[in-house]
Each structure stands twice: as C-alpha cells, then as structure tokens.
Design a protein around this ligand. Structure first.
Ligand SMILES: NC(=O)c1ccc[n+]([C@@H]2O[C@H](COP(=O)([O-])OP(=O)(O)OC[C@H]3O[C@@H](n4cnc5c(N)ncnc54)[C@H](O)[C@@H]3O)[C@@H](O)[C@H]2O)c1
Length: 355
C-alpha cells in the first residue's frame, strides 16, 4: 500500500468512542469513512449523517466481509472485542481495537494468534502514550538520565465518576471489571511502556466495591440506569513485580474518599533521577551536592492531539507493515496482569503471570 492509496475505514460501534474515531479518521489524509454499524441502527445512521460516512451496514459481519473496507475499528463494549477483532483479522482487515484489548487473558490470546496468522496490523488504542508529556518522559527515560528505574507508580483516582451506573460499564459479564479494566489498563500500559516494557512476573492486588453497590459515587460520566447491575469494583490497588527486578504499583478508582481527582500520574524512580509525569507537565527530580532538586519540563504550547498522532501512527503501520507501538503482545500482557490482580484480590495470595 503506498502513501497515496486511500484507506477505507469501517467503525463498529457508534457510541462515545466510535464517534471520536470517526472524527479523528475524518481528519486524516487519504482516508475514506467507508462504513459504520451499531447494534442500534439509529445510532449508526445518526453518526453516518454527522460524519459523512459512505455506508451504514446492518451487521458487523457484513462490514467485516465487505471488499470495500480495509480497516475495522472496534469501538464496542469489551465483551465483544475479541470475536470482532478475530473475525476482521481472519477476513484480511487491519484492526484498531479499543482498550482493553480483550475482556480477559484467554480472549486476548485469541487475538494474538489471529494477528500472527493474518499478518495484518492490529493496534490497541492507548492514546495516552501519545500525549506530549508521555512522549517527553519516554525520551528522557531512553537517554539514561534516570539510571536504573527500579520502581514505578501509576495512579488515576476519580472521586465520584462511576460511568453509567447500571450500564455495560458496571456489568462484569460485559466489561470484565470496573476502574481497573477501564482506566487502570491505560495506566498499566503507560507505566509498563515508560519502564521499557519489562515482562510482568507476579501480582499482589486488592479490589473494593464500597460505593457502587450502594448507588453512590456516580458523577458526570454517562446516564445511570438504576434498574441495571453493578457487580464490579470501584477501587483497585496492586503491586506488579517485573522481570527486571523492578516493581510497578497501580492504584485506580471511579469513586473514593480522597482530597482530589488525581488526573493520570506516573512516577518513575531511578538510581540517578526520578520523573513525575502529569497530564500537563513532567518533573525531573535528582540529587546533587547533597541537595534534592526538581526541574519542570513545561507543556509545549503547540501540543498535537494525542488521538490524531496515534491514528496517524496506526495508518502508517497499515501502509508500511511496521509493528505498531501498542501491539497485540502488549495488549495481552496488560490483560494477563489485570486477570492476575482480580485473581489475587479473590484469593488474597500473590498470583504469577506467564506471557
Ligand atoms: N481509549 C479511550 O480512552 C476510551 C474511552 C472511552 C471508551 N473506550 C472503550 O471503547 C469501547 C466502547 O466504549 P464507549 O464509551 O464508546 O461505549 P458506548 O456505550 O458509548 O458505545 C458502545 C456502542 O456500541 C454499540 N454496540 C454494543 N454492542 C455491539 C455489537 N455487538 N455490535 C455493534 N455495536 C454494538 C452500542 O449500541 C453503543 O452505541 C469500550 O471498549 C471502552 O473501554 C476507550
């Protein structure tokens, strides 16, 4: 595929993130918004009209089988990710798959196998890796300025933000879990990537549901369905041991009593320096002449949109056959760690992870 050839994109799911993908792909050169489908046909039609999508398909299978589609974007609840991604890869399509890659590690392994045998591009949509601050942090880690990074901490605490209480987000059979698999997967992915993508070897974790079951902790995300189900956690905490000897701690919540919404934060602790990565700044910390010091790296004024950068990278990989940075193997590692945290929370024991 040359740089000039048109890539025809079909999106499955016309909900919140499906519409964001339509908007983003719509800004890319040599891309045609060729198809959309949704379990709710009216949602697909409305999105097609709003974004100028050429064709509304009535079924995902019909779009996946169409000769007029090159790329499938999977933007539906987590339970459906694997069947759709595998069907698309088997049909020779390239896939941009929303996070989490799969609902669990077993389902994730099916995607890894299908990607290998199809030799098509599969990327998991971890746009956080593409923020200016994350890229700056990655650059600094790679210069070696931090020395050996032996501990990391990834945090995203939301105080009152259970999304769509009673919707698929809070039903384990459809989501796979609560904030751990929803926002924790982003933080885990970012933390592991900044630490050089070491292999996870074991996990010790706990999850809690102190707000959701009592219908507390809802906020601005989604519309509650009070007749629905809440059978997931609302806070998760874990320590992940890595094959480099380093550790990564992870703490995420949808609802918690703490003094502020933390935003997303990564702290990297190295032998020569540390980095704290926030949405809008990176702080380098070190020690010289017996004093500790901090240096702030300000946010660039012309920060490019992380989703646009991610989408451009995905399209470049489709054109060149290069492996995307958040590939199926990293998606599997994330899913296995999440599974191990849920398992450890159940048993009270540490759980080993084998990739
Ligand atoms: N990368 C991010 O930051 C980010 C942000 C939000 C959501 N997401 C992910 O995107 C996915 C969708 O989340 P959302 O917030 O858009 O949810 P949503 O509920 O807003 O939309 C989901 C859409 O999928 C449709 N749908 C459900 N099952 C379907 C099926 N089998 N076939 C076709 N259509 C189906 C629904 O009718 C709905 O329109 C989830 O995996 C979520 O984790 C990622």
């Amino acid at each position: 595929m040359t740089q000039e050839s048109k890539i025809r994109v079909g999106v499955i799911g016309a909900g919140f993130i499906g519409r964001v993908h339509l908007d983003t792909f719509g800004k890319m050169p040599n891309v045609e918004l060729a198809g959309i489908c949704d379990a709710v046909p009216g949602a697909a039609t409305a999105a097609a009209t709003a974004h100028g999508v050429r064709h509304v398909f009535s079924e995902p299978a019909e779009m996946i089988g169409s000769e007029e589609i090159d790329v499938i974007v999977v933007a539906v609840p987590n339970r459906f990710h694997t069947d759709l991604a595998v069907a698309a890869l088997d049909a020779g399509k390239h896939v941009l798959l929303e996070k989490p890659m799969a609902i669990d590690g077993t389902a994730a392994r099916r995607i890894v196998e299908a990607q290998k045998s199809s030799r098509r591009t599969l990327m998991v949509a971890h746009q956080m890796r593409w923020s200016a601050m994350a890229r700056e942090a990655k650059r600094q880690v790679e210069t070696g300025e931090l020395g050996k990074v032996y501990n990391g901490k990834a945090v995203m605490m939301r105080r009152k933000a259970i999304p769509g209480w009673g919707s698929w987000f809070t039903r384990k059979s459809e989501s796979g879990g609560g904030p751990l698999i929803d926002i924790g997967v982003h933080m885990l992915d970012l933390g592991m990537w900044l630490m050089g993508s070491p292999k996870p070897i074991s996990v010790f974790g706990s999850v809690y549901a102190e707000f959701g079951p009592e219908k507390r902790g809802t906020g601005r995300w989604g519309t509650p369905d009070w007749n629905g189900v809440f059978d997931v956690e609302d806070l998760a905490t874990a320590l992940i041991k890595l094959d480099t000897g380093a550790t990564l701690s992870l703490e995420v919540s949808w609802a918690v009593n703490t003094d502020s919404d933390s935003g997303h934060q990564i702290h990297l602790m190295g032998t020569e320096g540390g980095l704290s990565v926030y949405p809008k700044r990176v702080v380098y910390t070190g020690q010289k002449f017996d004093r500790a010091f901090d240096v702030e790296v300000p946010s660039p004024a012309d920060e490019e949109n992380p989703r646009e950068l991610m989408t451009r990278h995905f399209l470049e990989c489709v054109r060149t056959g290069e492996t995307p940075i958040s590939d199926a193997v990293s998606g599997l590692a994330n899913n296995l760690v999440l599974d191990a945290i849920y398992a450890s929370a159940k048993t009270g024991e540490s759980v080993s992870v084998s990739l």
